[in-house]
Design a protein around this ligand. Structure first.
Ligand SMILES: [Zn+2]
Length: 352
C-alpha cells in the first residue's frame, strides 16, 4: 500500500527496545550499576537535588521534565533559587543533567536488546516503497540510528543520515544526508545548539558510529563524549558555549530555539498531508498540551480508521477500557485501530 504514512514514536517505543522511560533516566543514572560518572557530574546533580528537593532516595526524585523546566526557567529568568544556588551554579546543574541524560541513554543504547525501529522500517518500506515520515518525542537516537542503518543497508551507504528538517550547519551532515525524514519535537541528545549565533551542529557518540560505516568519520570530527564536558563546549561558529537540545514537553511554549520552531512547523505540514498515522508507545498525556494541539489541528482531515495506536498491555484491555485508548478515542474517535501487543507484536500483526 503506497500512502503518506507518518509514524509517531513516544517513550514506550524506546522502552520496548530495552531503553529507559524518560522518568527512569535519573534513577538509572544514580544506580550503582551505571559506571557513567565523569568530572563529578553526578555529584553536582546530587547536591542540587538534595539541597532543593526533598529527595532522599532516587524513587522520590522529581520527574525529568519537571527538573529540566525548573532549571531552564530559573536560568532564562536570571533568577537565583536561593542564596546557595545562584544562576552560575544552576547552569552547572543543567550541564550535569545534560550529561547524565546523555550517558544513561548512551549506556542503554550500547545494550539495546532489539531495534524494532529498524525492523519496522524494513517491513513498511518493503510494502509501501518509501520510508515513512517519522515524528519522535524522544531525545534518544534509536530512530536516528535505525534510519542510518537502513540507508547503509539499502544502497545509500554514503548518505546515511536522516533528514532532520532543520538548518543543521555541520558540513559532514549536509553532505551525508539521505533518505528518511525525522522530526524530533523535543530535540535530540546528538544536537548541539549555540544560543549566541543559533548555529546547530550534529555530533555522534561512540556507540552511534557503529550503526553505519561512514558515521565513524563524523565521530572523529564531532564526538559527543568530547563535547559534553565541564570545560566548555565551544561553538564552531562563534566560540560561545553550545548545549544539547532537550526540551521538556511542558516547556515548548517558552522555548526560543528557532530550529525547534521550524521542526514544529514542518511537523504540522507533514501531518496535514498524512493518509495514515501510526502512534507507537505514545500515551498522549494531558500535560503534553502542545503536542495534542499539533495533532488535533494537523490530523483533522483524517477519519478515525486511518489512525493506528500501538500500546503494550498484558491485560489485553480493549480501547474503551484502557486509559491510553480512551484518550486517543476522545481525540480521534472510537474506530481507531488499537493494538495492545506492544511494538514487537505490532510489527508481526500489522497489515502493511
Ligand atoms: Zn555560536
Amino acid at each position: 500500500m503506497d500512502s503518506n504514512t507518518v509514524v509517531i514514536f513516544g517513550a514506550g517505543a524506546t522502552k520496548a527496545c530495552g531503553g529507559p522511560l524518560t522518568n527512569e533516566i535519573l534513577f538509572r543514572g544514580f544506580t550503582n550499576e551505571y559506571q557513567i560518572d565523569r568530572e563529578d557530574f553526578l555529584g553536582i546533580l546530587n547536591s542540587f537535588l538534595t539541597d532543593n528537593f526533598f529527595s532522599s532516595v532516587p524513587e522520590t526524585y522529581p520527574s525529568l521534565p519537571l527538573l529540566i523546566s525548573f532549571l531552564d526557567t530559573a536560568i532564562d529568568r536570571n533568577h537565583a533559587l536561593n542564596a546557595e544556588w545562584g544562576r552560575d551554579k544552576l547552569i552547572k546543574a543543567r550541564e550535569a543533567l545534560d550529561y547524565v541524560i546523555f550517558a544513561v541513554l548512551e549506556h542503554d543504547l550500547k545494550r539495546l536488546q532489539n531495534n524494532y525501529y529498524l525492523k519496522f522500517y524494513q517491513n513498511l518500506y518493503g510494502h509501501s516503497g518509501r520510508l515513512p515520515v517519522t515524528i519522535s518525542l524522544n531525545y534518544d537516537i534509536i530512530a536516528d540510528n535505525a534510519i542510518s542503518r537502513w540507508n547503509d543497508e539499502n544502497g545509500n551507504y554514503d548518505k546515511p543520515f536522516p533528514d532532520y528538517m532543520c538548518d543543521i550547519a555541520t558540513d559532514f551532515y549536509k553532505q551525508k544526508k539521505g533518505e528518511g525524514r525525522l522530526l524530533k519535537l523535543h530535540g535530540s541528545l546528538n544536537w548541539l545548539y549555540c544560543p549566541s549565533c543559533n548555529r546547530m551542529d550534529v555530533g555522534i557518540s561512540k556507540s552511534g558510529r557503529h550503526f553505519a560505516k561512514v558515521l565513524d568519520e563524523l565521530y572523529q570530527e564531532v564526538s559527543l563524549e568530547q563535547m559534553l564536558t565541564c570545560h566548555g563546549r565551544p561553538c564552531r561558529g562563534c566560540g560561545a558555549e553550545v548545549q544539547p537540545v532537550m526540551i521538556s514537553p511542558t516547556y515548548f511554549k517558552d522555548y526560543r530555539n528557532p530550529h525547534i520552531s521550524r521542526i514544529w512547523y514542518e511537523a504540522d505540514q507533514v501531518l496535514r498531508k498524512a493518509e495514515r498515522v501510526i502512534f507507537i508507545g505514545y500515551s498522549l498525556p494531558d500535560d503534553d498540551l502542545d503536542v495534542l494541539y499539533l495533532l488535533k489541528r494537523g490530523l483533522s482531515h483524517l477519519s478515525d480508521n486511518q489512525i493506528h495506536v500501538v500500546e503494550y498491555d498484558e491485560n489485553q484491555r480493549p480501547l474503551d477500557e484502557h486509559p491510553v485508548g480512551l484518550r486517543f478515542a476522545t481525540l480521534f474517535g472510537t474506530n481507531i485501530n488499537w493494538y495492545i501487543n506492544g511494538f514487537e507484536g505490532f510489527i508481526n500483526e500489522f497489515n502493511y
